[in-house]
Design a binder for this molecule. Structure first.
Ligand SMILES: [Zn+2]
Length: 521
């Protein structure tokens, strides 16, 4: 039912097999109204943008369209159609006048391809005991309709609740995996956190669920259609999402961009080249009749969303999703906080990140967050395991200041005055310490450095040299550190190392080279 084709961090590109065709994931299902006269953007137009599968609300369909009609023909869409149960209405209005069984039966009859039981959503403001109750009731309802769910050719979604009570969320996820028959786990209720821009809370919620349900199973995230949320959700292992945000924002004259949402009135230009924005400026839209403006804004917002999904997919393919998250983290402080929160769940993303794939692309080193790029972490861990032979001669530590041609590096090292018989390791603020022989291999000479070298980075490198090399190899080798006086970070690392080695009571020699730049150039 679900096949993983490619992955990076905990993200996957996958195939979700529905009875009405295959959906390539990650996929965002735009929410459409079941009644054609209430649709802001026509489903065929949405499909033509590239959204191959849509979602509509079964509760509203049952109310407005009624039983006995095929929803695909009513809506005017023949691709895979997901239906939500009405839980959102439950959250908005407190109650819906159908039972779980009724709405499940209706979804079976109306032609839905992916369907959801009537769960009890967690509200952000709910006290803990209410959250626990909603979880228990949702689980009870999942069991209640097993006679319909099991063996059905519809993909049934089992919602996982618990909100920001992470232990409750984890309990909900664990219990959900014990119920047979469901194909997708749905993580509920991120909307409130998204509205408050608390992406870090959403990061926590997804990570907890992803670590609890089997990695082979797809996860759906309800109501998360914001360009800033998509990269983080996908990176942590969300496969499908749905969202009405493109309409809700449009009704409010809000315009989505990769870095956040603008009020149309606040824009002087439309920073987009989609068919809506190509030949217009904000004034053209503001002067329009409201319904037409809303339709066009909704359409633009859909373009903004699908572009984000595609950028994320491309990053997964290239194995540079971490770099992409870094890029996104510079777009908005909330995204920066989200990425810092991802570090809390580092084992989840590192476990699934491939070392490199296909054509090895240069690792972009742009900020201190680049230190956590799993491709670097893998390389550093491997280098740390390599020790020089006991009883060895002097170990020289040479700063890797530029990226010389691998065939030149030997003579370059010698021109720094290092004798032939010495063992040589290179040191670098992001690559750590590694044997000279690794230079030329991925990623040791495939990187682009353009980061401000904050004290934290310099101190980390000094600490690594002091602890792992000077201290550990004290008996086997005499460590000699080459300090390039004309390379700012090398000078800073050496100053720090002098401090550290005297504090630690270990000895190291420092070789000052006044002009490394001349040698390296
Ligand atoms: Zn546009």
């Amino acid at each position: 039912l679900f096949e993983i084709k490619d992955q990076d961090l905990a993200a996957r590109i996958g195939k979700l097999y529905t009875r009405r065709g295959v959906i390539e994931t990650p996929h965002l299902f735009p929410v459409i109204d079941p009644s054609p006269r209430k649709q802001v953007v026509d489903p065929r137009t949405i499909a033509s943008i590239g959204f191959s599968a849509l979602i509509t609300n079964a509760y509203l369909a049952l109310r407005r369209v009624g039983r006995g009609k095929d929803l695909h023909s009513v809506i005017g869409f023949d691709g895979p159609l997901m239906t939500d149960s009405g839980a959102y209405q439950l959250m908005q209005y407190g109650e819906v006048d159908v039972t779980n069984r009724e709405i499940v039966e209706y979804q079976r009859e109306c032609g839905s391809d992916i369907a959801v039981i009537l769960d009890i959503p967690t509200r952000a403001e709910d006290p803990r005991h209410r959250v626990v109750e909603s979880v228990e009731e949702t689980l009870r309802r999942a069991n209640e309709v097993l006679d319909i769910v099991e063996g059905s050719d519809i993909l049934w979604v089992l919602p996982i609740q618990g909100g920001h009570y992470l232990d409750v969320l984890q309990y909900s996820a664990r219990m959900a995996t014990r119920i047979p028959g469901y194909s997708i786990y749905g993580l509920g209720s991120p909307t409130t956190f998204l509205e408050r821009f608390e992406l870090d809370k959403i990061v926590d919620m997804i990570a907890v669920v992803r670590l609890t349900v089997p990695f082979s199973m797809p996860i759906h995230l309800f109501g998360a259609g914001h360009p800033l949320a998509i990269p983080f959700a996908v990176a942590l292992g969300v496969d499908t999402m749905d969202s009405a945000s493109y309409i809700l924002y449009a009704r409010d004259d809000r315009y989505m961009t990769p870095s956040g949402t603008y009020r149309l009135q606040d824009l002087d230009y439309l920073p987009c080249s989609c068919p809506v924005c190509q030949r217009r400026d904000p004034r053209d839209l503001l002067e329009m009749e409201r319904s037409e403006r809303c339709r066009l804004l909704a359409l633009h917002n859909l373009y903004a969303l699908i572009e984000e999904v595609r950028r994320v997919k491309q990053a997964i393919r290239e194995g540079r999703l971490w770099e992409y998250l870094e890029e996104v983290s510079h777009r908005h402080p909330a995204a920066r906080r989200a990425l810092e929160r991802v570090l809390h769940w580092y084992s989840l993303i590192e476990r699934h990140a491939p070392r490199y794939k296909g054509e090895a692309r240069a690792v972009m080193l742009k900020s201190s967050l680049s230190l956590y790029n799993p491709r670097l972490i893998h390389a550093r861990r491997a280098a740390e395991r390599m020790r020089i032979a006991p009883g060895s001669i002097d170990l020289y530590m040479v700063p890797l200041y530029t990226k010389p041609d691998p065939s030149d590096i030997g003579s370059l090292v010698r021109s720094l005055g290092i004798p032939e018989e010495g063992a040589v390791h290179l040191y670098h603020p992001f690559l750590g310490v590694f044997p000279l022989g690794l230079y030329g291999r991925y990623p040791y000479s495939q990187f682009e450095l353009g980061a401000l070298l904050e004290d934290e980075i310099v101190e980390d490198l000094a600490l690594e040299i002091a602890e792992r090399w000077i201290e550990a190899d004290q008996r086997s080798a005499r460590v000699k550190i080459v300090c390039c006086e004309d390379v700012d970070w090398s000078r800073r690392v050496c100053a720090k190392l002098r401090e550290m080695s005297s504090e630690m009571g270990v000895e190291a020699d420092f070789i000052r080279v006044a002009a490394c730049r001349r040698v390296y150039m």
